[in-house]
Ligand binder design. Structure first.
Ligand SMILES: O=P(O)(O)OC[C@H]1O[C@](O)(COP(=O)(O)O)[C@@H](O)[C@@H]1O
Length: 359
């Protein structure tokens, strides 16, 4: 214990006792992620002084302009996971395919890491909070080289998940399925120190985070939920406050502490939403559920989704339990309504013999 605070390293070792068969691999893996996060934090803190702002001039498989910080962070986490020896595959937002870690120290590595090295890329050049999101699985296959099949596991199979927020202070928040704990980086000692033990998200919140600029492209259920948030109603403390940072980590971290909901739904332009299941939605869903909140597609629990692709996108409604349930209620109601209307129109057209007449 350093002058009364518990460091991340000490906490991880201490919690290892919760896992009778643990051999320390997961602890070392979390340590490696913590080290890479400190290196990325150092560059972000002096971003304006070093050549790390702006575009790289390349695009990733998502078709997004890669920022220099995206690529820098990607390289730092891959390097830390390669030299650490506990990781056999890394899947990252910035790499088209999975990366096999074949370093000599990783021969018996059993863990898979899915990572968004730099979340909130649109904010990197404007000094607004950005983050890193990570998800850890144990490989399923026992023999030979691990493969994509070992990566495409349901969110319920995660052994750990976390995020780092590079904001007014830098924090690392993670879970191993036994609650959520937050650590603040103390630059004077270069250590993440336990600052937010056993984090819980309030069941009710009064803030909603959604890019309302896309309103016209949203499904009816989302439009109705936004209207619901904006109605004057003292009893339910509405209207709620709208807060949207443009960094999922920033918005969800705030909602974890204060209560709230973050929504990135499908839109007419992105029918599967924008955010990636493996390294954005699954880890955040594991953390928020462990903190007492909820995470769904609007219809289905995020953690129950069977992944089929590495960079698969899903719609996400995540945050305070009662707020997500209200949004789900709206999605169901208005999706059913629009289906009913469609069926009704079809029936009327059939009556008018407009459909089928064309055969
Ligand atoms: O600008 P939009 O479409 O609202 O998207 C913002 C969302 O996309 C993200 O930036 C994710 O994308 P990146 O990981 O590429 O940054 C989220 O952090 C954020 O909430």
């Amino acid at each position: 214990m350093v002058c009364g605070v518990k460091t991340l390293g000490q906490f991880i070792i201490e919690k290892q006792a919760d896992f009778p068969y643990a051999k320390g691999e997961l602890s070392r893996l979390l340590r490696d992620i913590g080290i890479a996060a400190k290196i990325v934090n150092r560059e972000i803190n002096k971003a304006g002084l070093v050549d790390i702002l702006g575009d790289m001039g390349t695009t990733n498989i998502q078709g997004e302009e890669q920022k220099k910080l995206d690529v820098y962070a990607d390289k730092q986490f891959i390097a830390a996971l390669t030299s650490g020896g506990e990781c056999c595959i890394v899947a990252t937002e910035e790499e088209d395919e999975i990366i096999h870690i074949d370093s000599p120290v990783s021969q018996n590595a059993r863990y898979i890491v899915c990572i968004d090295p730099l979340d909130g890329s649109s904010n990197t050049d404007v000094n607004v909070a950005v983050g890193t999101i990570f998800s850890i699985y144990r490989r399923k296959s026992l023999e030979g080289r691990a493969s994509l099949t070992d990566v495409l596991q349901k969110g319920t199979e995660q052994v750990a998940a976390g995020y780092v927020i590079y904001g007014s202070s830098t924090m690392l928040v993670y879970t191993t399925g036994k609650g959520v704990n937050g650590f603040t980086l103390d630059p004077s000692i270069g250590e993440f120190c336990l600052s937010h033990p056993q984090m819980k998200i309030p069941e009710n919140g009064y803030m909603y985070s959604v890019n309302e600029g896309n309103y016209v492209h949203f499904p009816d259920g989302v439009k109705k939920y936004i209207k619901y948030c904006q109605v004057e109603d003292e009893a339910t403390k509405r209207p709620y406050t709208s807060r949207y940072i443009g960094s999922m980590v920033g918005d969800i971290h705030r909602n974890l502490i204060k209560g709230g909901i973050y929504i990135y739904p499908t839109t007419s332009r992105s029918p599967n939403g924008k955010l990636r299941l493996l390294y954005e939605c699954n880890p955040m869903a594991f953390i928020i559920e462990q903190a007492g909140g909820k995470a769904s597609t609007g219809f289905e629990r995020i953690l129950d989704i069977n992944p089929t692709e590495l960079h698969q996108r899903v719609p996400v409604f995540i945050g305070s339990k009662n707020m997500v349930e209200k949004a789900e209620e709206m999605m169901l109601l208005y999706t059913e309504k629009s289906i009913a209307i469609e069926n009704d129109i079809e029936a009327k057209l059939e009556d008018l013999n407009v459909i089928g007449g064309l055969d």
